[in-house]
Design a protein around this ligand. Structure first.
Ligand code: DGL
Length: 266
């Protein structure tokens, strides 16, 4: 069991920011990443459709690729499909989402006024808002949908006039003017963290999910006795459901090094 792979999935290549954090925290593990580029963006789709895609990918990673744990490296899929997948695989295989570790961090923090930016799907699901209302009732929060950001980043508008104009327009929302922390609640957003940091004049703490999800995964694997004991020498696998040259080029920005993408149709 311990030499089996960890399956990670996202709507596209944004979840590579989480895969990268996992491979740094757990270098002995073998990772299989699945980016559903054929159906991206998830942020604008119905929860029924996202659930259907997520179930298909999870089944593939477990049944075909024999993964020992699944990480949903996408906030939108975590918001819409995690509960279903958790029920489905309860007691069989650990399923980790990117939202709960962030909620834990917020609950234990001293932040007074938290901003949350995410896709339209994540924000309208109300998952962050409901969990915070219940777990941290004294914390003030503002959740706003920033639907153009993920596509903008995928299109490689990272630090140019286009990205600055869009970012400034979203972050200029008056409800964000008093925040002391901002949750980057989409796995694409770490790529524009430095522009956001500059926008807030380094006065707002930016919270990303990669590292905390990697820590959570490591705790769960340890508890379940599933950690790889030896370095698994195989190269990590990166799969997409629709491969284009553009994805291959921008994947490097997300993962931090050039990777080879393989196409698999489910
Ligand atoms: N990476 C996805 C997330 O974390 C968003 C991108 C999309 O809309 O597909 O929510």
């Amino acid at each position: 069991m311990n030499s089996q792979s960890i399956g990670i999935f996202d709507s596209g290549i944004g979840g590579l920011t989480v895969a990268n954090a996992i491979s740094s925290a757990l270098p002995k593990e073998h990772l299989i990443y699945f980016g559903d580029t054929e159906h991206m963006p998830y942020g604008e789709k119905s929860s029924e459709l996202i659930q259907e895609f997520s179930v298909k990918i999870t089944k593939y990673l477990i049944e075909k690729k024999n993964c020992k744990a699944i990480v949903i490296a996408c906030n939108t899929a975590s918001a819409m499909a995690y509960n279903y997948l958790k029920e489905e695989y309860l007691g069989k295989i650990p399923i980790i989402n990117v939202i709960d570790p962030m909620i834990e961090l917020l609950v234990e923090s001293n932040y007074q006024n938290v901003g949350i930016i995410a896709t339209r799907g994540t924000i309208s699901s109300g998952v962050y808002q409901d969990k915070l209302k219940r777990r941290a009732p004294h914390q003030k929060y503002t959740a706003i949908a920033t639907p153009l950001l993920a596509s903008m980043i995928e299109e490689n508008h990272i630090e140019d006039d286009v990205s600055k104009a869009i970012i400034h327009s979203y972050l200029g929302d008056p409800s964000l003017s008093e925040i002391d922390a901002l949750v980057l609640a989409c796995t694409h957003y770490p790529l524009i963290a430095s522009i956001i940091d500059t926008y807030f004049d380094h006065k707002v703490t930016l919270l990303k999910s990669g590292e905390i999800v990697a820590i959570k995964l490591s705790e769960i694997l340890q508890k379940e006795n599933l950690l790889a004991s030896d370095h698994l020498q195989k190269e990590n696998e990166f799969i997409v459901s629709d491969k284009t040259k553009n994805f291959e080029n921008s994947a490097k920005n997300f993962y931090g090094q050039r990777i080879k993408l393989k196409e698999v149709k489910l």
